[in-house]
Design a protein around this ligand. Structure first.
Ligand code: ZN
Length: 884
C-alpha cells in the first residue's frame, strides 16, 4: 500500500497493484449548513491470488466514520479499525463481490486547504487531485483504481438550486422540507482524483455543440451570481478547443454534457474532472474592462488544456503519480499547439520558451531538481512543477520533431487505441511511438529519468581555401541534486546556414561521430559529433537550435558579427528573436555582475540597433516586434550570472538599458505610438493584442527616455480597456512612484473596481512588484488591508507570491527584512493552506546563487522555517529539500 505519511517517501520501484478490485461507486452527498454527510457504497472483490487473511485498507485524511456496513449489515467493531487517515476491514469474502457502505461526516466550511469538499463564497465544491478524495470518504485513493460513479446530491433548494457532478444528469426532484436532489451518472471508468461535485446558487450559460460524428452535447459554464456575462470568451474558446481536437488529433467529446464551473477560491489554475471541469474563476471570467490581453490568452489556454485532458488524462490516465507527466506534459504540448494554431506560431513559441527558462530552468538547476518522471516523493502536491508540465511538454515536442508530423500522429492514434480506458505509464506511451514509426526510443527515454538542463556546446570553424564549414556539437550534463545520472541523450538540433543576404543555404552536410543529419535536423546521440558543410564560398552564419528544438542551455561562441546578422535577418523568426535576446542577456549579465563596470551604458549600440530594426519593421507581426524589444526579466539575468548575484546591480543594469534603448529608439517609438488609437474598439484577437503590446512597450521606452510620466498618466485616464490601463499604471507604479499622479491612479483603480476581486488582485500585485527597498513596508501595509486575506489563494499569490518572485529589489533587500516578512507570512499561511505555502516557499531555492551576505540571510530564514514545530509536510518537504 502506498502511503504518504509524514516523513515517509513513496517510491516508484515499490509500485504494485491493489489487493482488491473496485467495480462501481455509488455516492450520496447530503449538504447542510455547517456539515455534509457522505455515504459511499463500494462494490469490491478480492483480487485473484490475494490471501483471505489480507485486510482491505482504505485511505482517509481527517475523516470521521459514522457507520460501516457490509452487504447491508453493520460491521462488528472488532472487524475494522477506523482512524482519521485509514479504514482497515478484516475477514472480507474470499472471492465474491461485496458491497461496503461507508458513512462519513465533514465540515466543508472548515476546510481551508481547499482539497476535498469545501465551500467557496457559499458554493460547495470539491477538489480531489491528487489525494483529496480521501478527505471525502475512505477509498482506494490512487489513480489506477477505476470505476463508474453514480452520484446523488441533496441540498437546500435556496442555498443550492444547482447540483452538479460528473457524467450525465439522470434524475432530479423534490425532497420536501425545501430540499431537492439530483442524480448524475458517469459511465466512463475513472479514478477518484477526477471525481467532482458542485452545489450552489450559480448562474449559467448553455450552448449546443455537435461533434464530428453527430453527438449533440450541451456545453455549460457556471459562475457566481451576476458574472455569467463574463463567460462568453471562455465558451468561445471551449468550442474552438473541441473543434481543434477533432481536426488535429481526431478526438471527440464523449458525454451529453460538458460543464465548467468558475470558483473564487482555488489552489491551482483549473481541474479536468470528467465532464465537470472546475476552474479558478481567474481563468473563466473576462471582459475588456477588467481583463488584459494576457488574461484572455490565459483563459484560452487553460480552457483548452482542461478540455484536452478528457482524452489525455481522463480516458487514458496515470498508473501512479510518478507518471504525472504522462497527462500533464502531453496536455501542455497539446494546448501549446492549439495556441500556436489559433494565434501566431513564433510568438507562442517565444512565450513558451521564456516561461520554460524563467520557471523550469531554475528548478532544474537548483536543489529542487527532479526528473520529468520522478522516482520518489514525500508530498505529491509538490510535484505539480514546471519540470513535469513544461519540460514534460518539451519532451513530447522532441518526439514530434524526431518522428515528423505524420509518424507522431500515428503514434498518438496508437496510444489512444491501445490504452483507452487504462491507467498507464510513460513506457507504454513511448512504445506507441516506437511501434508507429519503427524508431528505437530507448535512449530518448533518458530525458524522462535524468534531471538537469544539459548544455549543448557548439563550435564552428571555416576554411576559406577549402570552402568548408565545420560545426562541432558536444553535450554535457552535470550531476545535480537529484543524482539521476549524466548519460548522453538524444538531442534534436534544428539549424540553418544563413547567408549575408539573410537567406538559408543548402543544409546538406556530412556527419562524423554519434549523430545523424536529415534536412535541417541534426540528431546528436553521443557526447559529441561534427558536421561538415562543403562548397561554402563564404562563412555562413550558423542559426542553431532553431525553435528551441531541445530544452538545453546553448553555449555557442559565435562571433559578434554573425550574432548581429542573425538578430536582423535570420529567416527563422524564433532564432531571430533569440539571437537578439541573447545579445541583450549577455550584455546585461556582464553589466549586472561586474561591480566596477559601467552599468549606465550596458548595451552596445549595434545590439540596440538590431532590436530597433525588428521593432520598427512594419512587415513583421506586431506581437513579435513587442517580444523582440522586451528586456529579459531580472531573475533570468540573475540565473545567467549564477554566482554571487547582487539583485540591486541587476536591476540597475536593466533600468539603464531601458533608458538607453528609449533614447536611441525615440523616433521609432514615437512613430509606433502615432499609429496607435487607444480608443479603438476592443477585440481580444491575437492581432489586436499584438498591436496593443507593441504600442505599450513603446510607451514604456518613451517614458524611460524622457523620465516624464505625462504620457503614461494620460493613457491611464484615457484608457478604454484594462490592457492599456494596466500598462500605463505599471509604468507609473514601477518607474514613477514619487509622482503624485501615480497614487491618484492607483486609488482610482481601487475605487472603480473595489467590488471585483480579479482587479483587486491586479491592484495588490502591481504594488507588490514595484521595485524599491521600501517595498517590504508597502506589502506589509497591504497585508493589513481589509481586502487582504490568507484564505484566498489568488489574493495570497497576488501579494505575497508577487513580492517574493517578481520584486527582486524589494524581496532581496540587503538587510534580509524581505525574506523575514515572506517567511512569517508563509508560517501563518501554512496553518491555513499548506499547498500554497509550499509553492511560494520555492522562491527561496535559489539561495546559493546570491552574494554571501544575502545568501547567509536566506539560509538562516530557511533554517528558522524548518525548525517551526508542526509545519505541514508540504512546506517541510520544500524547505528541507531547498536546504540540501
Ligand atoms: Zn493539466
Amino acid at each position: 500500500m502506498q502511503r504518504t505519511d509524514d516523513g515517509q517517501t513513496v517510491k516508484l520501484s515499490d509500485y504494485r497493484p491493489t489487493d482488491f478490485d473496485l467495480h462501481a461507486v455509488e455516492l450520496t452527498i447530503r449538504l447542510y449548513e455547517g456539515r455534509a454527510a457522505v455515504r459511499a457504497q463500494l462494490s469490491l472483490s478480492r483480487r485473484a491470488g490475494i490471501a483471505a487473511t489480507v485486510p482491505l485498507r482504505l485511505d482517509g485524511d481527517e475523516l470521521t466514520l459514522t457507520s460501516l456496513a457490509l452487504d447491508g449489515e453493520a460491521v462488528a467493531s472488532d472487524r475494522y479499525t477506523a482512524t482519521s487517515d485509514a479504514l482497515i476491514v478484516e475477514d472480507l469474502p474470499e472471492s465474491a463481490r461485496f458491497a461496503l457502505t461507508i458513512e462519513t461526516e465533514l465540515v466543508p466550511e472548515d476546510n481551508t486547504q481547499l482539497s476535498g469538499l469545501y465551500r467557496s463564497n457559499g458554493i460547495w465544491c470539491t477538489q480531489c487531485e491528487a489525494e483529496g478524495f480521501r478527505r471525502i470518504t475512505y477509498f482506494l485513493d490512487r489513480p489506477d483504481v477505476l470505476a463508474p460513479y453514480k452520484v446523488r446530491v441533496e441540498a437546500d433548494k435556496a442555498a443550492a438550486p444547482v447540483l452538479l457532478s460528473n457524467g450525465n444528469p439522470v434524475e432530479s426532484g423534490d425532497l420536501g422540507d425545501d430540499r431537492h436532489f439530483a442524480v448524475w451518472d458517469d459511465p466512463f471508468n475513472k479514478p477518484s482524483y477526477l471525481f467532482a461535485m458542485v452545489a450552489g446558487d450559480l448562474d449559467a450559460v448553455h450552448e449546443p455543440f455537435t461533434t464530428a460524428s453527430g453527438r449533440k452535447v450541451t456545453l455549460g459554464i457556471y459562475t457566481e451570481k451576476g458574472r455569467v456575462h463574463q463567460a462568453a470568451y471562455a465558451m468561445d474558446a471551449l468550442k474552438r478547443s473541441m473543434l481543434w481536437d477533432e481536426r488535429r488529433f481526431g478526438r471527440e467529446y464523449d458525454l451529453d454534457v460538458f460543464n465548467v464551473v468558475a470558483i473564487a477560491d482555488f489552489n491551482m489554475g483549473a481541474m479536468e474532472n470528467k465532464g465537470l471541469n472546475v476552474f479558478n474563476h481567474k481563468y473563466v471570467l473576462l471582459d475588456p474592462d477588467i481583463a488584459t490581453d494576457a488574461d484572455y490568452a490565459g483563459v484560452e489556454t487553460v480552457i483548452a488544456h482542461e478540455y484536452f485532458h478528457n482524452w489525455t488524462g481522463n480516458r487514458i490516465t496515470c498508473r501512479d503519480w510518478f507518471q504525472l507527466c504522462l497527462k500533464e506534459g502531453l496536455t501542455v504540448y497539446r494546448d501549446q499547439e492549439f495556441s500556436a494554431d489559433e494565434r501566431e506560431q513564433t510568438v507562442q513559441r517565444i512565450g513558451a520558451v521564456r516561461r520554460l527558462k524563467a520557471h523550469q530552468f531554475p528548478e532544474d538547476q537548483g536543489p529542487l531538481q527532479h526528473p520529468v518522471r520522478p522516482s520518489e516523493y514525500r508530498e505529491i502536491n509538490n510535484f505539480y512543477t514546471a519540470t513535469v508540465y513544461d519540460k514534460g511538454a518539451e519532451l513530447v515536442r522532441m518526439i514530434a520533431t524526431l518522428l515528423g508530423r505524420g509518424d507522431f500522429r500515428k503514434g498518438m492514434d496508437l496510444y489512444f487505441e491501445r490504452h483507452d480506458g487504462e491507467a498507464t505509464t510513460i513506457e507504454a506511451f513511448i512504445a506507441c511511438f516506437e511501434a508507429a514509426s519503427g524508431t528505437d526510443l530507448s535512449q530518448f527515454a533518458r530525458w524522462y529519468a535524468q534531471a538537469g538542463t544539459p548544455t549543448l556546446t557548439v563550435r564552428e570553424a571555416y576554411d576559406p581555401a577549402a570552402r568548408r564549414f565545420e560545426v562541432t556539437l558536444r553535450q554535457t550534463l552535470s550531476e545535480g541534486a537529484a543524482g539521476t545520472g549524466t548519460a548522453p541523450m538524444v538531442m534534436p538540433v534544428r539549424f540553418g546556414l544563413v547567408g549575408d543576404n539573410g537567406a538559408d543555404g543548402d543544409p546538406a552536410g556530412t556527419v562524423c561521430g554519434d549523430a545523424r543529419i536529415a534536412d535541417d535536423l541534426i540528431v546528436l546521440t553521443g557526447k559529441s559529433a561534427s558536421v561538415t558543410f562543403e562548397n561554402q564560398p563564404s562563412r555562413p552564419h550558423l542559426s542553431v537550435l532553431r525553435d528551441f528544438s531541445a530544452p538545453v542551455t546553448l553555449d555557442h561562441d559565435q562571433d559578434a558579427a554573425s550574432r548581429l546578422t542573425l538578430a536582423r535577418l535570420d529567416p527563422n523568426l524564433f532564432n531571430r528573436w533569440r539571437a537578439a535576446s541573447d545579445l541583450v542577456g549577455d550584455a546585461l549579465a556582464e553589466a549586472g555582475k561586474d561591480p566596477l563596470g559601467d552599468s549606465t551604458q550596458p548595451l552596445p549600440d549595434a545590439v540596440i540597433d538590431a532590436l530597433l530594426a525588428s521593432a520598427g519593421d512594419d512587415a513583421l507581426d506586431p506581437a513579435f516586434r513587442a517580444q523582440a524589444i522586451a528586456l529579459p526579466a531580472e531573475m533570468d539575468i540573475a540565473r545567467q550570472i549564477a554566482v554571487k548575484v547582487d539583485p540591486d546591480r541587476v536591476h540597475d543594469a536593466v533600468e539603464s538599458a531601458r533608458q538607453q534603448i528609449g533614447k536611441k529608439g525615440y523616433p521609432v517609438f514615437e512613430r509606433l505610438r502615432k499609429g496607435f488609437d487607444p480608443r479603438a474598439a476592443f477585440s481580444p484577437d491575437a492581432a489586436s493584442a499584438g498591436t496593443r503590446a507593441l504600442a505599450n512597450t513603446a510607451l514604456s521606452y518613451l517614458t524611460a527616455a524622457t523620465q516624464d510620466p505625462g504620457s503614461a498618466l494620460r493613457q491611464y485616464d484615457a484608457a478604454t480597456n484594462m490592457t492599456d490601463r494596466m500598462a500605463a499604471l505599471a509604468i507609473l507604479a514601477h518607474h514613477f512612484p514619487e509622482e503624485p499622479g501615480t497614487a491618484t491612479a492607483l486609488d482610482d483603480l481601487y475605487r472603480r473596481f473595489e467590488h471585483d476581486d480579479l482587479v483587486l488582485d491586479k491592484w495588490f500585485a502591481l504594488q507588490a512588484s514595484a521595485p524599491s527597498h521600501d517595498a517590504v513596508e508597502a506589502v506589509a501595509r497591504l497585508a493589513e488591508h481589509p481586502h487582504f486575506t490568507l484564505r484566498n489563494p489568488n489574493r495570497v499569490r497576488a501579494l505575497v507570491g508577487t513580492f517574493a518572485t517578481a520584486n527582486q529589489v524589494g524581496f532581496h533587500r540587503p538587510d534580509g527584512v524581505g525574506y523575514q516578512w515572506v517567511a512569517d507570512k508563509l508560517a501563518d499561511l501554512d496553518t491555513i493552506n499548506p499547498q500554497i505555502a509550499a509553492r511560494i516557499a520555492t522562491t527561496f531555492r535559489a539561495w546559493r546563487s546570491f552574494e554571501p551576505a544575502r545568501r547567509q540571510k536566506i539560509e538562516t530564514t530557511l533554517r528558522d522555517l524548518r525548525d517551526i514545530k508542526g509545519l505541514s509536510k508540504d512546506l517541510r518537504d520544500i524547505v528541507e529539500r531547498s536546504l540540501k
